[in-house]
Design a protein around this ligand. Structure first.
Ligand code: CP
Ligand code: NVA
Length: 301
């Protein structure tokens, strides 16, 4: 069964999905293509944007979404992933899941007879990456520029690296030593980039990373699940805050992006995230349009 666990799972359809998201946003698709379809949404972690955009997205496409917290599901009491997958496959048409362990989502997809969509794991956040690329297309018209991610080599930056590589866009991450991108994802990105012309750079040099950047992107220093390392992370990431000074190192017309939620005063200062270069609310809105495109791609018959 076709599932979206990683950006790589949809490599040949990336541009189609981004274009489709734009069509949904611009009202070009009026019909309700997912009438009578149902989506189970399993959450093992908190969410605002992912939950609401998937639920509203399903509604707007004519279908229904069910919010299922693992605090209430039997899976939270130890029911095997296999049984959950097999049973849900008899009730609904697709599963969206936000989980702590990527390997659990891989297992869920393996056991399901319906598509499984990754709504964030410790490894990737592909749905975010699609919304981000729609936003970049709107502001920059193409994917010819350079995206610089400042901060943690985490789920968000992993998926961004991959989608940039597929689209031929340059991707640089500036991170402290020890917080680099997942090794396999880096290798995969380099391999794809060698074919598409995307330059992938991992560095601890903030100045080098921000030079000529068209997009400056950051995310929290302490992701969900990393709370135990909070003190060390705050110390390690402090030099990597995005502020007025660091924004000056990027191109003058660079945009600032953040997947949200953000912590003002930590990874980004208020003057940047609330300033004129910031596109965060358009970016968040685009989660809805991107989710609709992904749902259409996976659930439409
Ligand atoms: N960006 C994002 O996934 O936000 P939520 O955690 O609120 O879903
Ligand atoms: N990296 C963050 C993203 C939240 C949308 C986290 O995993 O908590």
């Amino acid at each position: 069964m076709n599932s979206l666990l990683s950006v790589c799972d949809v490599e040949n359809d990336i541009e189609n999905i981004i274009n489709l998201a734009g069509d949904f946003k611009n009202g070009k698709i009026k019909e309700k293509p997912l009438r009578n379809k149902t989506l189970a949404m399993i959450f093992e972690k908190s969410s605002t944007r992912t939950r609401v955009s998937f639920e509203v997205g399903m509604y707007e496409l004519g279908g229904t979404a069910l919010f299922l917290s693992t605090n209430d599901l039997q899976i939270g009491r130890g029911e095997p992933i296999k049984d959950t997958a097999k049973v849900l496959s008899r009730y609904v048409d697709g599963i969206m899941i936000r989980a702590k362990k990527h390997s659990d989502v891989v297992e869920l997809a393996k056991q399901s007879d319906i598509p499984v969509i990754n709504g964030l794991t410790d490894l990737e956040h592909p749905c975010q990456a699609f919304a981000d690329m729609l936003t970049i297309k709107e502001y920059k018209n193409n994917f010819n520029g350079k995206l610089t991610f400042v901060g943690d080599g985490n789920n968000v930056s992993n998926s961004l690296l991959l989608i940039c590589a597929y689209l031929g866009m340059d991707f640089t991450i500036a991170c402290p030593k020890g917080y680099e991108i997942n090794e396999d994802i880096y290798k995969k990105g380099k391999e794809i980039g060698s074919k598409t012309g995307s330059e992938i750079i991992v560095t601890d040099d903030l100045g080098l990373a921000l030079k000529d950047a068209d997009i400056v992107y950051t995310d929290v220093w302490v992701s969900m699940g990393d709370e135990k390392e909070s003190k060390k992370r705050h110390a390690d990431f402090k030099p990597y805050q995005v502020n007025t000074e660091s924004m000056k190192l990027a191109k003058e017309d660079a945009i600032f992006m953040h997947c949200l939620p953000a912590i003002r005063g930590e990874e980004v200062t208020s003057d940047v995230i609330d300033g004129k270069q910031s596109v965060i609310y358009d970016q968040a809105e685009n989660r809805l349009h991107a989710q609709k495109a992904i749902l259409y791609h996976y659930l439409k018959e």
